[in-house]
Design a protein around this ligand. Structure first.
Ligand code: FES
Length: 241
């Protein structure tokens, strides 16, 4: 064996030794997963905590709000519902009340009162109409007419009912002569002519008049809800038959 051959043999051995050394880690790496695949040790069991006195907590789910939409809470919705209901109930009660008190086809005092043609007084006479609380007077020309006049029998002083006193004598202010027959208030003595014009007493004005219409059949209809305060022109308000 030459010197050169010895050197080559040494190199081959060293290379073989190196190859062994490089192969070893690869083999170890191939074996490594086998170790890792071993089942992990089971975690120690936690001891169960005792339940809270009020039971398990309730989960709170928050609703997602759409961006830009108004925020209305449940409390607000409830308030709107309650007050809306109350408002509707009050409005309904108000409407029922108005419907109940609204006058419809009212007859009698406050409404219209009819007097049949046969019951209309003759000229110079008068009749009391209790249903309408008025006197129906048929004035002659001497009394300021002619025509029919409806005089509310309520005294303008303090409201006493004024009767017709056919035998009461009082001086007529226009002639100065004693005249028989006047409307005379029993309370404080206010005295009125056939047409209700005041000639004496504390009353502030003549007797009030009511709207009067005469039908084609002679029936007289008086609207007792349409009252005109008495004045010196009472005789001119008479309606000709
Ligand atoms: S109430 Fe008629 S005069 Fe006084």
């Amino acid at each position: 064996m030459t010197e050169q051959d010895k050197t080559d043999e040494t190199l081959d051995e060293s290379a073989a030794t190196k190859g062994e050394a490089t192969e070893q880690p690869a083999a170890k790496a191939a074996e490594a997963p086998k170790v890792a695949a071993k089942p992990a040790a089971k975690p120690a069991k936690k001891e169960k905590e005792p339940a809270p006195p009020g039971g398990p907590p309730t989960a709170v789910v928050e609703q997602k709000r759409v961006p830009g939409s108004p925020v209305v809470s449940r409390r607000r919705v409830l308030q709107i519902g309650i007050w809306g209901g109350i408002g509707a109930a009050v409005a309904a009660m108000g409407a029922s009340f108005v419907d109940f008190v609204y006058p419809r086809n009212v007859s009698g005092f406050g409404g219209t009162v009819s007097v049949a043609a046969v019951a209309v007084p003759s000229p110079g006479q008068k009749v009391q109409v209790p249903a309408g609380r008025f006197w129906l007077v048929n004035l002659t020309e001497e009394q300021g007419g002619p025509g029919l006049l409806a005089l509310w029998w309520k005294c303008p002083h303090l409201g006493c009912t004024v009767p017709w006193k056919p035998n009461f004598v009082w001086p007529d202010p226009t002639t100065g002569a004693d005249t028989k027959g006047w409307f005379r208030c029993p309370c404080h003595g206010s005295t009125y002519t056939h047409a209700g014009v005041r000639v004496f007493g504390p009353a502030p004005r003549p007797l009030d008049t009511m709207d009067l219409k005469i039908g084609s059949d002679g029936r007289v209809t008086v609207n007792t809800g349409d009252v005109t305060p008495g004045a010196s022109d009472n005789p001119e308000r008479a309606v000709r038959i």
